[in-house]
Write a protein of this length. Structure first.
Length: 260
């Protein structure tokens, strides 16, 4: 009887372990599919994610290789690139109506701020998101589904060590790189209703766009100054060239009269 109970207990443990592994695999795949399916529906740009790994036991997780493309009409290859982002969630909340995420830490993202001094790529993505989530014009029926799904609670969201590639299209895409100020958001969706993934994305993008625009002001000024200096140098070179040519022509005419 004792042996039977031991075997039964071992079988239960094995089943629990297998269930945890299966749940983790399913969750990883669901997150990746969700990012690559819902992301483009919300932002109207290409969104890719290389891999996701989440432990159902510890609640720890890691996302690698997030790529967010640019809206149509912009020249730079991407708007946002993230090598690694870590998270810690409350495992027991995964099967509930609201998933509780304790921390999200986005490490060293690469933001591209492409502007013609009137519009920029990040504000265009935000406008697309605003339209889909009901802040803009009437949204297509198929896009309404993108704003639903599980609710979230994010206690701590940190973006650190990032950089901004500032690209000025009016200067032929000339660029400079400046640091991205640290972005720290807390207590998102802590109420009973939580926050939708679309609302979380919108809140984070708003902060990224605001920080990038502010940090890019000096870079845009430097790029404009460089362009003015290059223009002056080109004008001076053209003037010198014209003066030299006129001098040579005058000398040629003088030499002709001297010969006579």
């Amino acid at each position: 009887m004792k042996k039977i109970l031991i075997r039964l207990l071992m079988a239960i443990v094995v089943l629990v372990v297998l269930a945890v592994i299966a749940a983790a695999l399913f969750l990883d795949g669901a997150i990746k599919r969700g990012v690559e399916t819902v992301g483009p529906m919300l932002t109207k740009v290409e969104v890719k994610l290389d891999s996701v790994s989440v432990s159902m036991l510890s609640g720890g997780g890691k996302m690698k290789g997030l790529f967010v493309g640019n809206p149509e009409g912009f020249k730079t290859p991407s708007a946002i690139k993230v090598g690694i982002a870590t998270l810690a969630l409350q495992p027991s909340s995964v099967l509930s109506d609201k998933v509780v995420i304790k921390t999200i830490n986005v490490q060293a993202p690469e933001i591209t701020f492409e502007t013609d001094l009137r519009h920029n790529n990040l504000s265009k993505i935000l406008a697309n998101l605003d339209e889909v989530t009901g802040g803009g014009t009437k949204q297509p029926a198929g896009e309404k589904k993108a704003t639903g799904g599980k609710k979230l609670q994010v206690d701590d969201f940190l973006i650190s060590g990032g950089k901004i590639n500032v690209s000025l299209t009016t200067l032929g895409g000339k660029s400079l790189t400046v640091p991205l100020p640290e972005i720290h958001l807390t207590q998102l969706g802590t109420g009973p209703e939580g926050i939708t993934p679309a609302e979380l994305l919108k809140r984070v993008l708003q902060e990224v766009e605001k920080s990038a625009a502010s940090a890019s002001q000096s870079a845009v000024g430097d790029l404009s100054k460089q362009a003015n200096e290059l223009g002056k140098q080109a004008a001076d070179a053209a003037t010198k060239s014209a003066t030299d040519a006129a001098g040579k022509a005058t000398k040629s005419v003088t030499d002709i009269f001297k010969k006579k």
